[in-house]
Design a protein. Sequence first.
Length: 300
Amino acid sequence: MNLSNWNTPLSYLGLATLAYITIKFTRSATTFLLPSGLTRYNRTKANWALVTGASDGIGFGFCQELCHRGFNVILHGRNRAKLEKRVQGLNAQFPMAKVEIVVCDVVGLTGAVDEIGSEVREILTAQGGELSVLVNNVGGETRPYTVLSDLRFDEVDATIAKNAVFMTQITRVLLPLLEKGDGGLCVYAATKGFVDSFTKALEAECKNEKRNVEVLGLRVGQVRTAGFDIAPGLFSPEARTLASAGLNRIGCGRVIVWAYFWHWLQGLSFDIMPRWLLVKVSIDRMMALKKEDEEKAKKR
Ligand SMILES: NC(=O)c1ccc[n+]([C@@H]2O[C@H](COP(=O)([O-])OP(=O)(O)OC[C@H]3O[C@@H](n4cnc5c(N)ncnc54)[C@H](OP(=O)(O)O)[C@@H]3O)[C@@H](O)[C@H]2O)c1
């Protein structure tokens, strides 16, 4: 190695780039080593978490993990009978936890969404404790693997309602309660542009207004759920594993983080990959999933 070359501007640029990448990588990786800050939102052991889209999948995984970690839980969903069944399951599995439900279809939302605030207030008055955690989980696609031009108006509208509109409205409605509940707001989000921007803006707004609320956006890769019946594996964990990993990231000091270590590694590889390769890998994967889905539908 010729050390005399180390003084060129290009070597300084190389060193600066290396330092930047190392700092970025280390900051991102350390989130998996820090202990969870969740306990600070339930010092009294009487506090509540509200999980949206809680009757199935990742949302229900969050409910199980929150009950396991000593919270009382309010399940949000659209199907009362399914939610009540979930309540029975949680009561049997976690007899110490109080479990309640709120019912609201997030598609076709009206001003009646404000009533969720009143319902939650009634629960807290009757049962005690404060609302200290909100997991904004509800979302998903209306007709998966379909290009925009093949979707109908109502399908596009429903997808935006599920992934963006409801989370904004429910956060608005519940923010005053969360603030009273010693400030825990866990915004669960998939890798959705609006959700990322909303989370970052909300975090900045809360900080600026000195609100005692922590905002965290969780990035998520593939997770095995009832609606997404993929083979379980290192890169496709069960819903509860993902939920547990997500809760462990609370208090990590960052606004948007990967919830689960193996998804983080995947995300890192996507960051490094050239865009054409990323697009190819993503489309190939989507096509394979679509084919699997069609074959399963034929067998049904
Ligand atoms: N699974 C994955 O691999 C994956 C990957 C990345 C991101 N995500 C994101 O993670 C979140 C949860 O996904 P998941 O796979 O757990 O979904 P899921 O298994 O399909 O569960 C979705 C939940 O949302 C509820 N829901 C759906 N439409 C609703 C509506 N119109 N009104 C009220 N509730 C409604 C469902 O209720 P019902 O029980 O009544 O249907 C269910 O409780 C979503 O935001 C999704 O985009 C998932």
